[in-house]
Write a protein that binds this ligand. Structure first.
Ligand code: BLA
Length: 511
């Protein structure tokens, strides 16, 4: 039966990826209570301390680690209190008789206050200048003329620092799918530029985690992972690895990467305020472990890059708001008391059309019905207006596919597939409606998005093929851009004023 059932994608969202209890093998992990008693140790600790995990758990940190280094760790921990951030110490002589380690420390959430120490053999470069490196990356970025050019430059900078074969700027769409909007790649891998990936490739809890922890590395997709000991007692929660650097990832995701021919993967969150805007996604055809210093520099670059995107988008929004404001002023100034109300409305419609390209425009108020250009037939328009009447009158309503909200509209996509409705009054349900006809377009997906997930006997499996899969989208207009929605929203307020004046005017006429 399983094969006939659609896969239950919510199970992906439920996998507790922060509590898998294992790390990747390129370093070791210890957790200790604030008094320094060790609670957890990764099973590979013997390779570093010469003692098995069982012998380490319950002992005190100061008996195992170099005093001076432990002192450094403790003073850094002071600064981390009450936070989930990590701090980093490079080239630290952590264990007597061993080469230095690069160390990440953080406080982990849990009933008993405890902190986590993760250490990897140091690959710190003696004259590494993280600040200089990130400054250089930013200044090369700022030479870009537009957002698209900037994404490509960002990918190139990250590739230069980390050495991955393919570095992509992956941007989320409102439906949680995503698109590769910038790329830098070596010639031993295919380009993913322009490809779309379905939402299910990155489940919800992973997105939530990536909002808090901004970088993750899978250094070797095929490597055996290492358990953290002791295993949780029955009823006890496993150690929370949300902020861990070495955390091993979901086996489903490892299978995904293997299917893609990827040997190592690293991704850095791109944030827009509190929300995940996208990822800097890096792939290598074979295993790859960039130094902790370089990863940290790339992470810092990710922060600055996020701010840069936000600043460009804000500048763009401000410019659009000014345009909308100017349009508003023009409309209001041109209204005259003597003019017939319907003419005022028509002129208003013309102004709107100048600002937001469309194929047709309809005016529907209690007093007037008017249409110009390509609009649905009168009966369909009545149906659409009835549908609009059930939506929120205090904001604009935009859709690429009217039929999704009013199915009979599907018959008329050749004239009107999408609409943007501006409510013209708060109560009487009057509208100015812009229409756009169908624009058949193709979307190139990385593998068939309908078959993104397969139900296996045991669990879900990601798709095996990422071969480009062309989808032809019918029945939709070109999208209403964020900027166009913003202009429409600004004009909604003006339209309310115009309607108010008209109704006063009409009342005067009747008197
Ligand atoms: C995680 N999936 C991820 C991550 C990426 C992607 C970037 C973050 C981990 C990493 O950096 O590798 C997906 N990688 C992509 C995409 C591109 C890319 C879209 O390069 C495009 C350029 N994955 C599935 C299915 C499931 C699934 C069906 O395909 C669930 C059933 C799960 N993906 C999954 C999980 C994680 C993940 C659980 C979290 C891994 C972790 O952090 O533990």
């Amino acid at each position: 039966i399983a094969a006939d059932m659609p896969p239950d994608l919510t199970s992906c969202d439920r996998e507790p990826i922060h509590q898998l209890g294992r790390i990747q093998p390129w370093g070791f992990l210890l957790s200790a209570t604030t008094d320094g008693t060790i609670r957890h140790a990764s099973a590979n600790i013997s390779e570093h301390l010469g003692l098995p995990a069982e012998a380490v758990i319950g002992r005190r940190l100061d008996l195992l680690l170099e005093r001076k280094s432990l002192h450094d760790i403790r003073s850094r921990l002071q600064g981390l209190r009450g936070q989930q951030q990590i701090d980093r110490l490079f080239a630290l002589p952590l264990v007597a008789g061993q080469p230095p380690y690069d160390v990440a420390i953080h406080f982990a959430p849990g009933e008993v206050p405890h902190f986590v120490v993760e250490a990897e053999p140091s690959a710190a470069e003696p004259h590494f200048d993280a600040v200089g490196m990130v400054k250089g990356m930013m200044s090369r970025l700022l030479r870009a003329r537009d957002l698209a050019g900037m994404h490509d430059r960002a990918a190139r900078q990250v590739r230069a620092v980390l050495g991955f074969d393919r570095v992509m700027i992956y941007r989320f769409h409102p439906d949680q799918s995503g698109e590769v909007v910038g790329e830098a790649a070596s010639d031993r891998v295919d380009s993913f530029r322009g490809l779309r990936f379905p939402a299910s490739d990155i489940p919800q809890q992973a997105r939530a985690l990536y909002c808090r922890n901004w970088l993750r590395l899978i250094a070797d997709v095929g490597a055996d992972t290492v358990p953290i000991l002791p295993e949780p007692a029955p009823g006890e929660a496993p150690i929370d690895l949300s902020s861990s650097v070495l955390r091993s990832v979901s086996p489903i995701h490892l299978e995904y990467l293997r299917n893609m021919g990827v040997g190592a993967s690293l991704s850095i969150s791109i944030m827009r305020g509190e929300a995940l805007w996208g990822l800097i996604a890096c792939h290598h055809a074979s295993p790859l472990l960039p130094s902790f210093q370089r990863r940290s520099a790339a992470e810092l670059f990710g922060h600055l890059y996020s701010l840069q995107i936000e600043s460009l988008e804000r500048a763009e929004a401000t410019r659009q708001e000014q345009e909308a404001q100017a349009a508003r002023d023009r409309v209001l100034a041109s209204l005259s008391e003597e003019e017939a109300p319907i003419r005022s409305l028509r002129r208003m419609a013309e102004e709107v059309r100048q600002l937001i390209p469309c194929d047709g425009i309809a005016i529907r108020t209690a007093e007037f019905k008017d249409a110009s250009g390509m609009t649905p037939d009168a009966a369909t328009l009545d149906g659409i207006v009835a549908t609009l009447d059930r939506s929120d009158a205090s904001r604009i309503f935009a859709t690429e596919e009217i039929a999704r909200h009013y199915p009979p509209a599907a018959a008329q996509v050749a004239t009107a597939a999408g609409m943007l409705a501006i409510p013209a009054s708060r109560t009487a349900r009057d509208y100015l409606i812009l229409f756009r006809r169908e624009l058949v377009r193709t979307v190139a997906w990385a593998g068939n998005p309908e078959k993104a997930v397969e139900q296996g006997n045991d669990r879900l499996h990601p798709r095996r093929s990422f071969e480009t899969w062309q989808q032809t989208v019918h029945g939709q207009s070109s999208p209403w851009l964020e900027s166009e929605r913003r202009v429409a929203e600004a004009l909604r307020v003006t339209l309310l004023e115009v309607m108010l004046r008209l109704s006063v005017g009409l009342a005067d006429e009747r008197r």
